[in-house]
Design a protein around this ligand. Sequence first.
Ligand code: PEP
Ligand code: MG
Length: 589
Amino acid sequence: MLTKKGIPVSPGVAIAPAMVLDGEDQPIPRRTVAPSQIPAELTRLEGALSASTAEIQELKDKTAATVGQELAAIFGFHIGMLADESLVGEIRSAIQNQLITAEFAVYSVLKGLGKKFLQADSRYMRERVSDVWDLERRILRHLIGKARDELSHLKHNAVVIAHDLTPSQTASLDKSKIKGIATDAGGLTSHTAILAHALGIPAIVGLEDITSQVNTGAMVIIDGQRGVVTIDPDAEQLMQSRQEADRMVAFEDSLTEIRDLPAVTKDGTKINLQANIEFPNEIDQAIRNGAKGIGLYRTEFLFLASKAEPTEQQQYETYLEAIRNLDGKPLTVRTLDLGADKVFKLQSEAGETIERNPFLGCRSIRLCLQNLPLFKTQLRAVLRASTEGPVRIMFPLISNIMELRQARMILSDVKEDLEDQGVAFGEDIPVGIMVEVPSVALQAKTFCREVDFMSIGTNDLIQYTVAVDRGNERIASLYSGAHPAVITLIREVTRAGDKAGVEVSLCGEMASAPEYTMLLIGLGLRSLSITPPALPEVKQIIRTVSIDQCRRVARKAVTFDSDREVANYLRDQVSKAIPGVFDGRSIGY
Ligand code: PEP
Ligand code: MG
């Protein structure tokens, strides 16, 4: 039995056999397999070799037809290596003799070959090393890609152990079979973490080397509450975890009655509790958990889960589905927030995402403003769907007032086009922005003159304020919503909104974390948008506290110098209000 501690990002306990996925761009850990599995590993190897050969042959033919035989000859070298019996034989023997996975055999044999090339006297041979690495990545991609594809039609329950998962991989997991997720990489608000939480899948990220500790098929417990992974648990541990899983289900059930009660503080102040979603089919759960609308619809997930760019009609139908599922409750549609870690396949194929600093690069509204057909298609689809229910449009990652003006102008152009074509759309659609860049928080007063509403996106606001990549496990301890600078920015935005009469909401993960509920209300927020599973718990806190109590907490919280002092103080105050609320939990944003 082995335990490892990581960053808990989605609560719940999962107990199931592991399904380990490697990353083709990461070192492949040495993992052994049972002798009975050797034939299956050899079959996987053969499949990957022939798929690679077919792919290279196609590339060779295409290159010969478009740029000539001479350049196409490069691929002849790759095909030659794949047909080299001594090389392929060495990989096969490694699997058979060392009882290792096909991935590790390919990785170690080709690494060895690459080293030999690098030590060669001939410059020609030394330069060929890049062909060896290229071939290695291609074969691994076939081996690993196939394993990833299998995830969407698993026959049995499993927990996924991976170096990292992209948001689109997480979005396409078969939720009925995947019981938990544990990854080497990732931080508290990486998009994979957010999605796992929204889907209700227990998840732990930032485990650093979990992929080299677990073999596919090993029994694993993922405790998404404490952030602990247990590999090959003993009988006692299994029993304890099963009890813990039952206890959590009972806790969930105990919150059932609160779902239908209003979100009002003890002294009668109403808090507008809405939900964050990625897909329209999450709306049912959100409403069941008491959401009064959708405060953040991350529309980019429609793109991330599709193979091709969704057409206007496909988008229209999806937005319509969301509006209909809401049955008159408001829907805040955030326009495409693609880029950074949310990379859409077509973008990467077009080479548009080769960015030195993806989070500071051409993502989100910036990408939309540089790709007007993409942006306008989405706006047309949203506007057309808006005849069927209350819709608000929200632009993400605004950092400069000119971007907002430009986005609004494009929205007006799209409306004019629709009018000219006699296509109906909803009237007086409110337009707002995400406040997730410090420049906008500091200029909130100016922005208030040009928006109908604002929503604070603390997931990004934190990373841009404290210069910490939200998905980087190595600096995760520096990423905190309790940082005094972050709290000051939230306060500035809330005050500006109050003065200008502009609604300010908060839709970052901080709103879903119970330790921040009193602070956020105390800072003046009256609208929160939350991941659906967290709605009952946050409502429970709201119903237990008074506005005066929250204001006192906020006034005290801004006097501390460090995030640690603030975090301790907040946990203390919320625990006093609701004893036991943090039992066994170590989630904190
Ligand atoms: C945020 O940044 O807080 C936010 C809600 O948007 P996302 O997590 O999708 O970047
Ligand atoms: Mg964001």
